[in-house]
Design a protein around this ligand. Structure first.
Ligand code: 13P
Ligand code: SF4
Length: 300
């Protein structure tokens, strides 16, 4: 009998001594083959700990780069190398270098949704799950946060630090409007609303909970609400429903769909494992300083 694509992946995974790390936004059939499905922070931590020889990263470029930064001796594969993050490209090393020259003593906190070269110029990294903890860990009263202006502004509301925000944003989260949330609230008056910190301030102010993708999974599970409105990329609906089958999850907006997060297919994972294609390797002169910034965050 012929193997299914999922069986092929399992066989190749064993042959290659590989681990499959999958972001919470990936398509259901990719989440179903994961050794670990999680948010950016959980996936980085797992990458830093794994003993596997090969890491298959089902997510976008910056996530695979983070794994390469943390595990220089492992083969890191991104099954579709065209999967990027538009926000990560909203700050370049040249632009950041010019900004750092204006305030050379100000620490730079860089969201992991960024290129390895930008991480290499940073004091410390953060994710949506730990930005407040990271900001509070710094002795400086003033901080520059790149590239997400929404995460930076949200973090500023939770600390007494002065945070200067870079003007980047996620094109999907940033376009969710308060009007759309209000409409959903009217449709589901008893529902709670969860929002990702990449959403605009006006949207975050309406939220019952602001959390990373895995933070939302935990919040929904613990909540007594029967219905939850989900203010993040719609891929999260699948793990939410799987973890809490008795609850109803409603997308805050159908336009919250990240096309880059939907690029990887089961066949791509199998090909990548078989031929070791899609390798992501951060050059050593960038990896070393970038690792300092990522490692500092992980050790917090
Ligand atoms: P999380 O780290 O919360 O999973 O978010 C990653 C991301 O890309 C959000 O758009
Ligand atoms: Fe980047 Fe937004 Fe897609 Fe997340 S959802 S990977 S921030 S474009």
């Amino acid at each position: 009998m012929q193997e299914t694509p999922a069986e092929t992946v399992q066989r190749l995974k064993t042959e290659r001594n590989a681990i499959i790390l999958v972001h919470n936004y990936q398509p259901p059939e990719i989440q179903d083959i994961a050794d670990l499905c999680g948010d950016s922070l959980e996936l980085s931590i797992q990458a830093s700990k794994t003993e596997a020889a090969v890491i298959v990263f089902c997510g976008v470029q910056f996530m695979a780069e983070s794994a390469s930064i943390l595990c220089p001796d492992k083969t890191v594969l991104l099954p579709d190398k065209s999967a990027g993050c538009p926000m990560a490209d909203m700050v370049t090393p040249q632009q950041l270098s010019a900004r750092i020259k204006e305030s050379p003593d100000m620490p730079v906190v860089t969201y992991v949704n960024s290129t390895a070269a930008v991480k290499a110029m940073s004091t410390i990294c953060c994710t949506s799950a730990n930005s407040v903890k990271v900001a509070n860990s710094l002795s400086s009263q003033e901080i520059l946060m790149v590239p997400d202006r929404n995460l930076a502004r949200y973090t500023a509301t939770k600390t007494d630090k002065t945070i200067y925000a870079w003007d980047g944003y996620c094109p999907y989260h940033d376009r969710l409007t308060p009007e759309e949330v209000t409409r959903r609230r009217q449709e589901y008056p008893d529902a709670l609303f969860m929002a990702h910190p990449e959403c605009r301030r006006e949207v975050l102010e309406m939220a019952d909970a602001v959390a990373s993708t895995s933070g939302m999974l935990k919040y929904a599970k613990a909540s007594r609400a029967e219905t939850l409105i989900v203010g993040t990329e719609i891929g999260l609906l699948y793990p939410l429903q799987k973890a809490s089958p008795e609850k109803q999850f409603v997308a805050a907006s159908e336009s919250l769909l990240c096309t880059d997060m939907k690029k990887i297919r089961l066949d791509d994972v199998a090909t990548s494992l078989e031929k070791l294609t899609g390798e992501v390797k951060v050059p050593e002169h960038i990896r070393e300083p970038a690792m300092q910034a990522v490692q500092k965050m992980i050790e917090l």
